[in-house]
Write a protein that binds this ligand. Structure first.
Ligand code: SF4
Ligand code: SF4
Length: 340
C-alpha cells in the first residue's frame, strides 16, 4: 500500500466513508468447497442464506453494482460471490465502467470459466484465483475448477493466486513449498497470496489450524518469500498472523470495508466472513496487511492504528450529522439506503 493510498483512505474515513467495498455479485457458484463461509447458515445473520437471496442478472446486475459504487465511492472494490464468473457477461460489461471510475477492482474467482482476455490490459484490475492446495487435494475440494481447468482458463492472462492454508495442508511436510514452487513457475501468475482458514467461534473442522501449525506456517512463509519472488507476503504482514486483531472493532480491515450481499441490500458483518468469526484465529490476509499498516509508527512514535481509530470516531460523527441534516434519510439504515 502506497502512502498516497493511506492518505486518500484517511480522508474518506474522516468524511464517514469506508474506503473499501465488497459485493457478493451473485448467489450462485458451481463449486461446493468444504469450509466455504459464504454458504454457511449464519453468514448473513441467520434469517436468510446466500442461496435464498434474490440476486440480479443482466442490466439489473450491472446497474445495481454501479449504483452501490457511486453511493459508497470506494477506492477499492472486491467482486466476490458465489463466483462472479457465473455472470461473466455482466462482469465483462461492468469492468470497463468500473475502470473509468478510477477505482481498483479485484475479482475473486475459482477460474472454472475462462477469464475474459480484455481484463489483462486493464489498469487497476486484478483477478484473484482461489487455489486451495496441491492438485490432489484441490481437485477434490474444488471440482469442477480443477488444476487442469484453471491452467486452461488462465492461459495468456495475468492473475494472482490466493491460497487458504488449512490444517490438512500443515500436516504434510513441505506442502507449502511444493504449492508455492508450482504456481511461482507459471507465467500467468503475477503474485501469490496466502491466507489461513478462519473458523467461526466454537467451530470444529479439519481445516482449522492448531496454534503450532499456524506458527509453523508463518515460519515457513518467512523462508519461502525469500526463495520465490511471486510470493508477495511481506515479513511484517506475516508477523501479524501471530497476533490477529482481538475483535472486529480492533480490525482495521473490518472497519474500513463495507460488505454487501447479492440482493444489494443485505449488509454482511462484522467482516466478509459474516456470522461470528473467531478473530483470535483470523487468517484473512487482507486483515493482516491492514494490521501491519496500523502497526506502522508515524515519525517512529504514533501508531497509524490510533490515528485510524480517532478518525473512525470523527467520521461516524460526521456521517450522523449529515444523516440528521438529510430529512428523507433520517430513518434509513445503510442497507435501506442502498435499496433507494
Ligand atoms: S468457489 Fe468460493 S463461493 Fe464457491 S463454494 Fe468455493 S469457496 Fe464458496
Ligand atoms: S477479518 Fe478477521 S480479525 Fe477482522 S473481523 Fe473478520 S475475523 Fe475478525
Amino acid at each position: 500500500m502506497q502512502r498516497s493510498d493511506i492518505l486518500q483512505a484517511w480522508r474518506g474515513i474522516l468524511a464517514g466513508r469506508r474506503p473499501s467495498l465488497s459485493i457478493e455479485v451473485t448467489r450462485e457458484c458451481p463449486l461446493r468447497c468444504p469450509g466455504c463461509y459464504a454458504y454457511e447458515p449464519e453468514h448473513l445473520g441467520g434469517l436468510v442464506t446466500l442461496r435464498e437471496l434474490n440476486d440480479s442478472k443482466g442490466d439489473d446486475l450491472v446497474t445495481g453494482v454501479l449504483r452501490l459504487v457511486d453511493q459508497y465511492q470506494p477506492l477499492h472494490l472486491s467482486l466476490v460471490g458465489g463466483d462472479p464468473l457465473v455472470r461473466f457477461r455482466e462482469m465483462e460489461a461492468l469492468m470497463p465502467q468500473l475502470v473509468d471510475r478510477g477505482i481498483f477492482v479485484q475479482l475473486v474467482t475459482s477460474a472454472f470459466r475462462q477469464i475474459p482476455t480484455a481484463w489483462k490490459d486493464m489498469p487497476r484490475v486484478m483477478v484473484a484465483v482461489s487455489i486451495d492446495g496441491l492438485r490432489e487435494d484441490h481437485d477434490v475440494r474444488r471440482k469442477p475448477a480443477t488444476y487442469d481447468r484453471i491452467l486452461k482458463n488462465i492461459a495468456g492472462q495475468r492473475i494472482t493466486v490466493h491460497c487458504t492454508i488449512t490444517g490438512q495442508m500443515m500436516k504434510k511436510s513441505g506442502y507449502l513449498e511444493e504449492f508455492v514452487q508450482f504456481w511461482n513457475s507459471q507465467e500467468e501468475v503475477q503474485k501469490i497470496w496466502m491466507s489461513m482458514f478462519t473458523p467461526q467461534v466454537g467451530a470444529q473442522a479439519p481445516e482449522i489450524l492448531t496454534p503450532e501449525e499456524r506458527k509453523r506456517a508463518v515460519e515457513e512463509m518467512l523462508v519461502l518469500r525469500t526463495k520465490y519472488s511471486k510470493l508477495e507476503m511481506p515479513a511484517r504482514v506475516l508477523q501479524q498472523f501471530l497476533k490477529p486483531p482481538h475483535n472486529p472493532d480492533d480490525c482495521i480491515f473490518a472497519r474500513t470495508t463495507h460488505t454487501v450481499s447479492a440482493d444489494f441490500k443485505t449488509q454482511i458483518g462484522p467482516c466478509q466472513f459474516g456470522g461470528t468469526p473467531d478473530c483470535s484465529q483470523c487468517g484473512c490476509m487482507a486483515s493482516m496487511a491492514l494490521a501491519a499498516v496500523g502497526d506502522y509508527r508515524l515519525g517512529g512514535l504514533i501508531p497509524v492504528k490510533s490515528i485510524f481509530q480517532a478518525s473512525f470516531a470523527v467520521g461516524n460523527l460526521f456521517r450522523r450529522s449529515e444523516e440528521n441534516d438529510t430529512p428523507n434519510r433520517n430513518n434509513n439504515t445503510d442497507a435501506e439506503a442502498t435499496a433507494a
